[in-house]
Design a protein around this ligand. Structure first.
Ligand SMILES: [Zn+2]
Length: 57
């Protein structure tokens, strides 16, 4: 297993997400994003870049 534990946050609602309990993981670019619920997943997939930029601010 790779030790890849950055702060795992749901990019949509910005809650911390435990990867083991995340509703969904979505690979986008080089990263995997964890989403807490189906709504966040749907929002993320509509416009991933927008939410990724939110997370970086
Ligand atoms: Zn969420």
């Amino acid at each position: 297993m790779k030790n890849n534990t950055k702060s795992l946050r749901d990019p949509v609602c910005k809650k911390k997400v435990n990867p083991n309990k995340a509703y969904a993981k979505v690979k986008y670019g080089k990263e995997i994003y964890y989403l807490c619920c189906p709504l966040c997943q749907a929002e993320f997939e509509k416009d991933p870049d927008k939410f990724i930029n939110n997370l970086k601010k």
